[in-house]
Structures are given as structure tokens and as C-alpha cells.
Design a protein around this ligand. Sequence first.
Ligand SMILES: CC(C)(COP(=O)(O)OP(=O)(O)OC[C@H]1O[C@@H](n2cnc3c(N)ncnc32)[C@H](O)[C@@H]1OP(=O)(O)O)[C@@H](O)C(=O)NCCC(=O)NCCS
Length: 171
Amino acid sequence: MRYTEEERLKFALEHKAKRPKDIVAKDLITGENVVIGMDGFGYVREPGGSLVKMPHAGNVIIESKVEIGSNVCIDRAVVGSTVIGEGTKIDNLVHIAHGAKIGKNCLIVAGAVIGGSAEIGDNCFIGINASIKNKVKIGNNVTVGMGAVVTKDVPDGVTVVGNPARVFTKP
Ligand SMILES: CC(C)(COP(=O)(O)OP(=O)(O)OC[C@H]1O[C@@H](n2cnc3c(N)ncnc32)[C@H](O)[C@@H]1OP(=O)(O)O)[C@@H](O)C(=O)NCCC(=O)NCCS
């Protein structure tokens, strides 16, 4: 589908978003069934074992030139914002949890799951079906190989693969 800039924004805010007031988006392009700005998956266990939902007072900020495929969920933050940086492109079936911050010009491929409050720098590539643990910080210019399970912070400029993910150097 192709829209004018004005139509894109209108479309994203009025039709794609379940809660348009919780989203700040500019010239967003999305596929079908994109859900942005719902409560994140946050519960607190009480002493008796029951689960109490955490209130989510934050929002989602999507900077300019972002493109999002189909069946993507981007949850709003508990406090502050979930952020998708300028120029980032997100493939189908990606989940971005509450409070995650994605940098500029990243590519996030199908099936990737970005945990809550995880931070990804600029110009990163997150491969097919990679999982990024909540609160992990990934530097700039990082490649996360397909299927990697990133459990610890990753410095700038490296490639990581595997479960748990380790820096990959070609033999
Ligand atoms: C990590 C990656 C960037 C490495 O690419 P590469 O440098 O061309 O590496 P190669 O394909 O030559 O593989 C080198 C070795 O690493 C292994 N390997 C490659 N990718 C791997 C991965 N994601 N996890 C574990 N091992 C991997 C290969 O099996 C090979 O092992 P071997 O030396 O025992 O034969 C790449 O494999 C990858 O994961 N790319 C992302 C794919 C993707 O998401 N594409 C989206 C397209 S829509």
C-alpha cells in the first residue's frame, strides 16, 4: 500500500493504533495488523501468588522514516517511552516490549523479540528470530545473527550469534 505523508499519519493514528493517544508518530508506514501502544506484559506477583497488572503510563515514540511490516506489536512504556529511532525498518512478526529503545537506521528481521527496556544502538541488524533479553544494551553497528539469544550487553561494531550469544569472528 502506498499513501501520501498525510494519509500515512492519519492511517497509522486512526486505524492501526488501538490507542492513538499513546503514540507519537510522524511519517510512519505500516503493513497490516500492526498494534502500537498497548500495555506491556508487566505483572507483579503478590505474596499469595496472584498477579497484579502494572499500570502503563508511558507511550510509544516513532521517529520519522520508520517502516513497520505486518503483525508487529510495539507496547507502550510503564513510564517514559518505547522509542523507534529515525529510519529504522521492522519486518513482519516482530515484538518490541515496553520501554525498549531502538536506535536509528536499524533493520529488525522477522520473528525478533526485543525485551522490555532493552536498548539497541544505531545502524544495527537484528536477524531472523533473535531474542534480546530485557534491559540488555546493544551498541551501535552491531549484527545479531539469526536465532541469537542475547543475554548480556554487546559492545559497538561486533557480530554475535548463538544461545547464549557470543561474539562471532569468522575463522
Ligand atoms: C551471523 C551471520 C551474519 C554470519 O554470516 P557469515 O559471516 O556470512 O557467516 P557464514 O554463513 O559464512 O557462516 C560461518 C559459520 O558460522 C555459522 N553461523 C552462521 N550464522 C549463524 C548463526 N546465526 N548462528 C549460529 N551459527 C551461525 C555457520 O554455520 C558457519 O559455521 P561453520 O564454520 O561451522 O560452517 C549470518 O549467518 C546471519 O545470521 N545473518 C542473518 C540472517 C538473517 O536474519 N537474514 C534476514 C534475511 S530476510
